[in-house]
Design a protein around this ligand. Structure first.
Ligand code: NDP
Length: 315
């Protein structure tokens, strides 16, 4: 297997990875960035981004990521396609295997591999992607003002998203597969008492329908042990809130993660327990998960990487 040495390796190409790339590129760390499974990250599967500062008219998610990429390239960042398939963080230089065929030996690593929203696995979720199906209410809720939407899930995220959407939409259905919500008490109370939210317990979504976008959802309601009722509800938007999976599997042997797999960092920093290895963006953030917060943590990781290299005479 071929080996290459770099000072700074960035894994992932969402807002955290590209921001880390811009900062480390400008700091002359000659970073190498591997794009990962989804070049451009989660923003490339949303349509319009209206809450990233600096774009008064909003900007397409794909365009925003292309702009970030160009900005990184301007500072000499080497951007490559490839997926990190294995990691050895036991000693420096740290070793990351790319596509099972090449090893990068890195003095510092910025892990910005993101998190992937879970979907139910219905074919219609793909069919209507960007046409009424979303996994982020904060990103897309605005497009459903005075409309009717459904949110799937019974945890804190689903409740939070339902409440957020209820402030915009005229009606929100919360589709919960169990006879109870898993969310914290306070969130449950808010959802149950909200006049615009109707909770559909013991319901599952089995499909979507519509001509040029989502117009409704097919539902199954469980009635006792062996009975069920099937019916349709008209909706304009279908939001998934059944959890995210952070893309941290290959690092778990070396880094602390929470029970879901989010990488744990020192408070308010991107520093992991391995010196010189930093985690930025959604892979380390179960709470905010926004492009701008990811970008901010990418910046912090880049500054920490520069300080680490400098302190260890590796510049
Ligand atoms: P959770 O894992 O807590 O909840 C996932 C929800 O989705 C559950 O209700 C689960 O149902 C449901 N679900 C999972 N798979 C399916 C499926 N295939 N079909 C239908 N429903 C499904 O994830 P969250 O993202 O809500 O929360 C993750 C963590 O982040 C939690 O610890 C949460 O407390 C925390 N969080 C805290 C917030 C806050 O404090 N403000 C805000 C957001 C998250 P079931 O219950 O049947 O398993």
């Amino acid at each position: 297997m071929s080996t290459e040495k770099v000072k700074c390796l960035i894994i992932g190409s969402g807002p955290a990875g590209y921001t880390a790339a811009i900062y480390t590129g400008r700091a002359n760390l000659f970073p190498v960035l591997y794009e990962g499974i989804q070049p451009g990250g989660q923003l490339t599967i949303t349509t319009e981004v209206e809450n990233f500062p600096g774009y008064p008219e909003g900007i397409g998610g794909v365009q925003l990521m292309e702009d970030l990429r160009k900005q990184a390239e301007r500072f000499g960042v080497e951007i490559r396609s490839g997926i990190a398939t294995a990691a050895d963080l036991s000693k420096r230089p740290y070793r990351i295997t790319i596509d099972d065929e090449k090893v990068i030996e890195a003095e510092t690593i910025i892990i910005s591999t993101g998190a992937t929203a879970k979907y139910l696995g219905l074919a219609d979720e793909q069919k209507y992607a960007g046409m009424g199906v979303s996994a982020c209410a904060t990103c897309d809720g605005f497009f459903y003002r005075k409309k009717t939407v459904a949110v799937v899930g019974g945890g804190d995220t689903a409740c939070e998203e339902a409440i957020y959407l209820a402030g915009l939409a005229k009606q929100v259905y919360l589709i919960v597969r169990k006879p109870f919500l898993r969310a914290s008490k306070i969130m449950q109370e808010r959802v149950m008492n909200h006049p615009n939210i109707q909770v559909l317990f013991e319901h599952n979504a089995t499909g979507l329908y519509g001509e040029n976008g989502v117009e409704g959802v097919h539902l199954v309601k469980r009635l006792g042990e062996s009975n069920e009722e099937r019916y349709d509800v008209a909706i304009d938007g279908f939001f998934l809130a059944i959890g995210h999976k952070p893309n941290s599997d290959i690092f778990k042997e070396y880094l602390d993660t929470d029970e879901t797999g989010y990488i744990l960092t020192e408070e308010n920093t991107p520093c992991t327990k391995v010196p010189g290895v930093f985690a930025a963006g959604d892979v380390a953030d179960p709470h905010y998960r926004q492009a701008i917060t990811a970008a901010g943590s990418g910046c912090k990781a880049a500054i920490e990487a520069e300080r680490y290299l400098s302190a260890n005479n590796l510049l």
